[in-house]
Design a binder for this molecule. Sequence first.
Ligand code: AMP
Length: 279
Amino acid sequence: MTEVIRSADELREKVAGWKRSGMLVGVVPTMGALHDGHLSLARAAREQSDRVIVTVFVNPMQFNNASDLEKYPRDEAHDLALLDSEGVDVLFAPGVDEVYPDGFATTVSVSGITEPLEGAFRPGHFDGVATVCSKLFGMTQAGRAFFGEKDWQQLQVVQRFVRDLNIPVRIIGCPTIREEDGLAMSSRNVRLSATERATAPVLHAVMQAAASDMRAGKPVQTALMDAQAELLEAGFRDIEYLELRTVEGLRPAPDLSQPARMLAALWLGDVRLIDNIAV
Ligand code: AMP
């Protein structure tokens, strides 16, 4: 049975016991409303650690938009049932006061790679992510932490501060899990209407097509502009970015001379979608 723990002290005791027996602890940080993408991380953690903690915490500090925070889907009973079926040892689900008690005054802030893309459109978002992940690493004392490539920039940010601050955790990136039609799984997908849900997979299809055009020699900027036009035509709105960036350092990639990633954020109705693929 997956045990639910809400207090950091109680978690510390539990983990201390495991560590005394020489066990390697894996953690999967999430905001709940779990889907197969999250569960793939739990499975990776299960395979690569002796004990697995999945954290569920809808972190107010990483939301730059009050209505997004308020509308964020939550269903702890369902999450618990899924984690139980995956053999997860502990669901750590602290309240906001447990994570940010009175007097809390510290921010972990990464410069450089946090500036473009998500950082440009979600001010403060990565400060919230880096701060809460630092705390979760401290609270869980995990030796390994599993993150999805779905949030590619987030994965780079976490790797950066863990290296910079000598936090003794190994960060493991795991591939994006998609629906059969190509839509990247996301907790926010449940907010799409039936029509929007039918349109949503066009994002991945258009990105794949643009990537293959680039590989075939189409200039990067032309491929990206054509892709944007197709997305707007399909019914997406407000394309915040659709860019090609270097894997190393997330710099704008003018061509395919080094490993690159295509990343996108845009809106479908009132749902913001993000995706990224290797090019
Ligand atoms: P979230 O609950 O959205 O904050 O995500 C928690 C973790 O699950 C993050 O490391 C995400 O990158 C990862 N994740 C979310 N969606 C997917 C997906 N479709 N495939 C793989 N990992 C995912």
